[in-house]
Design a protein around this ligand. Structure first.
Ligand code: ATP
Ligand code: MN
Ligand code: MN
Ligand code: MN
Length: 290
């Protein structure tokens, strides 16, 4: 079962049940059946049927320990987000997967009217092999769904401010839950692929300008900048900085160290691959206007 298949087989009853479980995401790890009876107000046989179906489709998980209860799976959270974005008229269709990152899946989206979108599903905890301690009482921090939502909120807020001050980032469009929608930068490839560029200095300048605008006009540092989080359009040598959820505020104790590291990686890559003659300390001074 994937997002596309799930969207096709869900009935209004199923969606109502998923939404009811989601409503208690912060209160319960597993939402008790009685709460769902109350919240959905579905007749017992219809609720039963829906829970059985959702469980076999792996959209929910059942806990049949002391009390019978249910929680959403990541797939269900994906589906709820996509349904909301469709209802709001942001996405008309969800396309193929464009990329799998360490902390996200990025899909192609189509807006009503045909414009192409990047639909980024945040996945906090996917690469974390840290054993999750089972707490006696459920805490919000235990939920990877809620952590993924926080990550998406951070990224969306940062993108809005960055776009506002004219930084080269994909235009943010909307967010639902753990999903961020931006414009798709068409024809862009990751800088890590080392595409041939007519004007590598232009691409380098775009990146440094974005770091400077983030620092001076928004007051943040990217914190995970490298050739993997820069996309370029080879035809025009335009470069965009993507992947912002881990940004830190300028007054964060690690901000200066992260800024230097971000600049160092960019300078080193452009020097090595495109022969751009730049020097980290000098670029840092320029960014800070010193
Ligand atoms: P990481 O593994 O570095 O943490 P991530 O999972 O956080 O990555 P992103 O870096 O934001 O995710 O995006 C993953 C990939 O999807 C990018 O490297 C890029 O190829 C593609 N991508 C993301 N946003 C866009 C966009 N707006 N336009 C075009 N391609 C995009
Ligand atoms: Mn990363
Ligand atoms: Mn990335
Ligand atoms: Mn990332």
């Amino acid at each position: 079962m994937n997002i596309h298949e799930a969207l096709k087989v869900l009935t209004p009853d199923d969606i109502r049940v998923l939404q009811a479980i989601e409503k208690y995401l912060k209160q319960y790890e597993f939402v008790p059946i009685e709460v769902l009876e109350r919240t959905t107000r579905l007749p017992p046989h219809r609720l039963e049927r829906s829970l059985y179906k959702l469980n076999s489709l792996k959209l929910i998980r059942r806990q049949s320990a002391a009390t019978l209860g249910y929680r959403l799976t990541i797939l269900a959270y994906d589906v709820l987000a996509v349904l909301s974005l469709m209802k709001r008229g942001v996405i008309e269709a969800l396309g193929d997967k464009l990329g799998v990152g360490k902390e996200s899946d990025v899909y192609l989206g189509i807006a009503p009217g045909g414009k192409k979108l990047a639909v980024k599903f945040h996945r906090v905890g996917r690469t974390s092999f840290r054993h999750v301690v089972r707490h006696r009482t459920y805490k919000v921090e235990d939920s990877w769904l809620l952590q993924s939502k926080v990550s998406a909120q951070r990224e969306f807020a940062a993108l809005r401010e960055l776009y506002e001050v004219g930084a080269k980032v994909p235009k943010p469009i909307d967010r639902s839950r753990h999903v961020v929608v931006t414009e798709l930068i068409e024809g862009a490839v990751e800088l890590s692929e080392k595409p041939a560029l007519n004007d590598p200095l232009k691409a380098f300048g775009d990146v440094i300008e974005t770091i400077a605008k983030a620092y001076n006009d928004v007051g943040i540092v990217h914190g995970d900048l490298s050739e993997y989080n820069i996309i370029v359009i080879p035809e025009t040598s335009e470069a965009y900085v993507i992947d912002w959820p881990q940004y830190v505020e300028k007054d964060h104790p690690s901000a200066e160290k992260l800024l230097r590291r971000d600049v160092e990686y960019v300078v080193r890559f452009f020097k090595k691959v495109y022969g751009v003659p730049a020097e980290t300390e000098e670029v840092l001074r320029a960014i800070k206007g010193e």
